[in-house]
Design a binder for this molecule. Sequence first.
Ligand code: 9UX
Length: 72
Amino acid sequence: KLAQKTLNIDGMTCANCALKIESTLGGLSGVEKASASYGSGTATVVYDPEIISLSKIIEEIEKLDYHVIDGQ
Ligand code: 9UX
């Protein structure tokens, strides 16, 4: 069963930052859909928790040098 999570992200300073996050997350196996918004400072992922964990997704965002504040 797919899960959806919206994460608040610190450090996106231009619209391309959101695109970088989107393409990185979108390329992970287990991630069905990824979108990020510079305006709202968030990224939303639809993923299969049996294939990829939320903590792995967060780790990938942090690797790009953004900081995940929290998810809801
Ligand atoms: Mo814009 Mo973001 O030049 O990593 S892409 S600041």
